[in-house]
Design a protein around this ligand. Structure first.
Ligand SMILES: *[C@@H]1O[C@H](CO)[C@@H](O)[C@H](O)[C@H]1NC(C)=O
Ligand SMILES: *[C@@H]1O[C@H](CO)[C@@H](O)[C@H](O)[C@H]1NC(C)=O
Ligand SMILES: *[C@@H]1O[C@H](CO)[C@@H](O)[C@H](O)[C@H]1NC(C)=O
Ligand SMILES: *[C@@H]1O[C@H](CO)[C@@H](O)[C@H](O)[C@H]1NC(C)=O
Length: 262
């Protein structure tokens, strides 16, 4: 949960826009490679729509993907204790195994690079660094933003001046019980990202100093109070085999982020 230290000039503005989706798709199951031909285009948006040096990445936090809760010299974090309260989280789920990024790190970084992202915002568990729980308490800047992204970014500019902003979490979920072929056809997630990236470009074009964007999240993972009943990944994870399957939205990002298209 703890945020990585960043340069002083950079405000980690957590615009938390996690939209909880309610319903399953009413579509025919299929496989991702069959879907790519039907993939919506990015409506003219591409990496070139953003300034040189603008960083695109995906975000996650250690507890939600790492697994190995009691290995690697890590002491219990507040979450390890909290999530064990019976009845708190659907199916009494915990992040103890999650998607086991501890052992799949190289694979996951290769997926990230293949999708043309260049950054991964991975917040590390303080309890791995301070096994005795001696670290300073985590703080989480959670901005509840009821208005649109463009208005929110403009508000920050008007209120706080020309701050350097990184949009560090932006994503939407699907129900955790979608079967694999259904989950792969995540056209609603594509529309969501296309909408937000369009708003983001508008803000950048109007002088808001945003220098980076991080999609939440690379992988389906342990989603706190929702346990595994909610899937935020652009890559599907089969929690039994831990195999990763890029969803259509992953291919959409790969296309969106491709360099030198012209
Ligand atoms: C994928 O989802 C879209 C939108 O819901 C739907 O129109 C399309 O038919 C689906 N594709 C397949 C192959 O099921
Ligand atoms: C969760 O744990 C509680 C207490 O141990 C138990 O009563 C309940 O049946 C468990 N629920 C599930 C879905 O396993
Ligand atoms: C905002 O700050 C950036 C550097 O962080 C600078 O390049 C830009 O010109 C500034 N914009 C305005 C309107 O002052
Ligand atoms: C998923 O669960 C929801 C309720 O939690 C239910 O309404 C829906 O029918 C389920 N979908 C599938 C595909 O099992």
């Amino acid at each position: 949960m703890a945020e990585m230290k960043t340069q002083k000039t950079i405000l980690m503005l957590l615009l938390s826009m996690l939209l909880i989706a309610g319903s399953a798709y009413a579509v025919r199951p299929t496989q991702t490679h069959e879907l790519v031909a039907t993939m919506p285009d990015s409506g003219g948006l591409s990496r070139e729509s953003f300034p040189d040096g603008f960083v695109f990445g995906t975000a996650t936090s250690a507890y939600q993907v790492e697994g190995m809760a009691d290995k690697g010299g890590r002491g219990p974090s507040i979450w390890d204790t909290f999530v064990k309260i019976p009845g708190l989280i659907p199916d009494n789920a915990t992040g103890e195994i999650s998607v086991d990024q501890y052992h799949h790190y190289e694979e996951d970084m290769n997926i990230l690079a293949d999708l043309n992202f260049e950054a991964y915002r991975f917040s590390i568990s303080w309890s791995r660094i301070f096994p005795e729980g001696t670290g300073k308490a985590n703080s989480y800047w959670l901005y509840d933003v009821p208005w649109g992204l463009y208005k929110a970014l403009h508000y920050v500019k008007e209120r706080y001046g020309n701050l350097t902003i990184i949009l560090s979490e932006n994503g939407r979920d699907d129900p955790g019980n979608l079967t694999l072929p259904w989950a792969l056809n995540d056209t609603a997630r594509i529309s969501y990202y296309e909408g937000y990236l369009g708003e983001l470009k508008k803000a950048v074009d109007n002088g808001v100093n945003v220098v980076g964007y991080f999609a939440w999240s690379l992988l389906d993972n342990f989603e706190w109070r929702l346990g595994y009943t909610s899937r935020f990944g652009i890559v599907y994870v089969d929690y039994n085999t831990l195999k990763r399957y890029p969803k259509l939205s992953a291919y959409w990002f790969m296309e969106f982020l491709r360099r030198n298209k012209h």
